[in-house]
Design a protein around this ligand. Structure first.
Ligand SMILES: CC(C)(COP(=O)(O)OP(=O)(O)OC[C@H]1O[C@@H](n2cnc3c(N)ncnc32)[C@H](O)[C@@H]1OP(=O)(O)O)[C@@H](O)C(=O)NCCC(=O)NCCS
Length: 177
């Protein structure tokens, strides 16, 4: 973010009006070009992760009306490689929000031109909204509207609780002599 004022990235950072997941949902399309592929002719995992990070960042920034950072990316499951020349479709959605953090789920599919789509990768990411001083700021509540929204929310809450425990354990380890 060098050269950019965080305040310039925030449209309405203090607006805490609840929003449904559909208000921030992202669909992003890429193409696996030769420079995105490994020597097996499929997309680099690191490239797919970079696209996941971007799609999730846009969903988080839309939901929170401003700047966010990636706090963690966990459970990235590469279930099927994406072939060079195939289209990559990434869908990102806010599953859960805490005070300043948001879990964004990302589903990645490969697509053959004129053919079907196949599930390639799923990832769960956590973003934290920042104020103009770079400190965590509150984010709008999630307005759950469908049974599917509620199912994702409940599953995400369990993952968020696990992350909090993992973080507390890491902090305890680093503070012990
Ligand atoms: C993420 C970051 C802003 C958190 O700052 P912090 O001072 O630890 O903030 P807090 O302890 O107040 O935690 C703020 C929120 O982040 C969550 N959080 C912090 N670290 C987390 C992690 N590793 N995984 C998941 N959530 C995390 C907390 O649970 C809390 O959530 P809540 O407000 O919804 O309850 C800070 O660790 C940071 O700047 N990290 C580097 C980010 C970065 O460089 N990303 C890559 C480039 S974008």
């Amino acid at each position: 973010m060098s050269g950019l004022d965080l305040a310039d990235l925030a449209a309405h950072p203090h607006d805490l009006t609840p929003k449904p997941p559909t208000a921030s949902r992202v669909e992003m399309t890429q193409l696996v070009l030769p420079n995105n592929a490994n020597n097996r002719g499929t997309a680099f995992g690191g490239q797919v992760m970079a696209w996941i990070d971007i799609a999730a960042a846009v969903a988080a920034a839309r939901h929170s009306n401003g700047a966010c950072v990636t706090a963690s990316i966990d459970a990235v499951d590469f279930v099927r490689p994406i072939e060079r020349g195939h289209v990559v479709v990434l869908r990102a959605q806010v599953n859960y929000v805490g005070r300043s953090s948001m879990e964004i789920g990302v589903r990645v599919e490969g697509e053959v031109f004129g053919g079907g789509r196949y599930h390639a990768t799923t990832a769960y990411t956590t973003f934290v909204a920042l104020d103009e001083h770079g400190h965590p700021r509150p984010v709008p509540p999630l307005d759950l509207q469908t049974d599917e929204d509620r199912r994702r929310h409940d599953a995400a809450r369990e993952r968020m609780e696990y992350r909090k425990k993992r973080r507390a354990a890491r902090q305890a380890r680093s503070s012990s002599p």
